[in-house]
Design a protein around this ligand. Sequence first.
Ligand code: ADP
Length: 809
Amino acid sequence: TAQLMQRIYKSVDNKDSKFLVGCVPVKPPVPTTTNSEQTNNFSKKVTEETLNQSTPTSDLHEYGCAARIIRLERPVGGKGGRFFAVVEGIARIHIDQYVSGGPYLEAEVTVYPEPVMPNDDQELQDLAISLKSTGRELFIILQDLKLPVQMLTQLQRFIDGASAGSLADLLVSTVEPPYEEKLRILDAHDLKTRMTNAIDIVTRQIHILKISQKIHSTVEGKLDKKHKEFYLRQQLNAIKEELGERDDSSTEGDDIADLTRRLQAAGLTPEADKAAQRELKRLKRMHPTQAEYQIVRTYLEWLSEIPWSKGTSDTMDIDNARSQLEEDHYGLETVKKRILEFLAVLKLKDDMKGPILCLLGPPGVGKTSLGKSIASALGRKFHRISLGGVRDEAEIRGHRRTYLGAMPGLIAQGLRRVGVNNPVFLLDEIDKVGHLSLHGDPSAALLEVLDPEQNNTFNDHYLNVPLDLSKVLFIATANQIDPISPPLLDRMELIRISGYTFEEKVHIAKRHLLPKQITYHGLKPGYVKISDEALLKIATGYTCEAGVRNFEREIAGVCRAKAVEYAYANDNGKKDTYRPEVTINDIMTILGMEKFCNDIAERTTDPGVVTGLAWTATGSGGILFIEATQMPGKGNLQLTGKLGEVIKESAQISISWVRAHSFQLGITTASTESTFFSQRDVHIHFPSGAVAKDGPSAGVALITALVSLFTHRCVPPTTAMTGEITLRGQVLPVGGIKEKIIAAHRAGIDKVILPSRNRKDVDGDVPVNVKEKIKIVYVDNVYDVLQEAFDGEKIWVEPSSIVGVESRL
Ligand code: ADP
């Protein structure tokens, strides 16, 4: 062997050496199967086996190849004298017989040199042409598969110039057919057989390649669309970078880095941090063109913008707060006092666990601006959350992220807007929030927001991590109590603000509204001076409201007109002619005709018409007229004016009471007479037919109207009344007394009839100057009402003098 090795070494070094070895393949396993997988496994096994032991000659194939050793290679990690020899085939050989089994096999062989193509054999010529075109076809496919260039050029070279036999050999070795096929080609020393077999094998392989290429391209086509954009973007970025135009914020990596930085700076709570890390990890794995990417990104942005740990420090000084409230608002003494108490307790306790303040009153009385004053007195940020029309629980609590276009709720949005965790949140119009419905229960969600025991872990569905609302100061506003859900009402402490009298409005205008409007219109203080009488004229003639919002609007109208006047005078160099004073006459020219005629005394009086006092849906009071008329008919009662169930029932009670007492009241001439009512129809109408009305408080006015109708007596239009009645004629107390009296005062009423059990409401709340101008009388039953309504006249006969009529109450 040593001798052999030496010859081998020599031959490797010397290119011209004639030293050749015979290479013979191992026979395939005997019961040959056509399963190519098995054969391939076999060939692998053969190499491993032959490494370890010598194969008996009977297992060797009879054809082989004479080869020159080009290179010796030590296998990776190989030990001892074991080598791989890289050989180059020279010619086919046939093993005729083995002559020595010694250290290495020696045999007698027949050599089959490469045959030359005979010029006169047309069949062989045709086969050669066919082989070449098969070769070209293979070349084209392999080119598409992007095989190494070296391999392709070699193939090209062979197709163009090599002999038909070599080309057949190369093509077969290129397509890697199963082991047996390879042997078949090795055996084919005859040119015709070899070419036929080669064309057969290669064509089959080309077919397989084509099919796999087709599958590949359809899959690729599907992927393409998604990835194309990504690749284009990457290229665009590369180009931009090259041009030095790269926009740092637009690239994905920087985007995530930026988000990470912002999240770190946001001081997240442990829970929020966990969620943020989880989502960041997901984001990094995602493709920016995926729809989900934006969703996760937006979520993380929200997390980074919620003020988890940022807050302002309170500058609470009770004295300061007092002067702030005084400065911003005229009057409202009890309200301001209560707010100061609230703030003082807040300062001492240093937590928000008290009840929630709820400012209750009609529009435009300063509820929102009181909230603002509280915030600025505390040095806190202010945010108004408008709850009017919130029907869906998700508006407060947010949508779950599984919904398309999901958003956090109003509370989380508010926190992001103010950027601190201890703002003042004004929950505006809490009475307008929807209750339990198809879309959840917004008021239940609010309950959680306002509950100090729960609101340190408020769960917004979108953010899905607990939010701490315990540092937020909530203040609510409402127009009415009734629509507020009882549990919510239970959390809140009500502070009533019940509208202003004309005098108060004039004061508010002088001190607040006018100076504010003057600066709004670009004028300097003192450029518009409206006299008190003129202000009163604006309030009485152009507005009809409990608050001051329209009043402010009309004042703004005056300021606009004055601004034009001033600008004109200024432009034309006639500054001296400008007059800041505004008189009653000017008001008429600027604002036009009076919009409201409040002089109730000018109304004509008719039997059957009575002035009632109402409390409207916005919480302001007002007067309303009740008209009753009778006509020949069949005893029907007709009611019009968009009335609710309760007010209709009051009308029925009234007519029953009047019928029951008709003889006593002098309507019928005999106590047994029944035809009077069965021969006539009664129609009752509440004017302003488009405004919905309901409630029991029109009862006394209804009875009075009917009695007035049937007895042909008039009630003075300046006498107004309110109160619920029972079938037995008792008068029960009603709500909104202060608002109603102030509204009556505004309307020019001089006498008000009230249930005596409402006396406490008048004593405490109603401004003194109103009480001085209006005569308030208290009644217990319908007889008292009638006596007061008809100017003290007793229009009924005392029951004791009537035989057979039930006694008076
Ligand atoms: P609300 O929230 O009750 O509907 P706003 O707070 O919006 O009413 O008040 C409307 C306007 O009236 C605001 O400009 C406010 O400053 C002003 N205003 C209301 N009441 C007073 C008052 N007592 N003193 C000064 N300004 C007032």
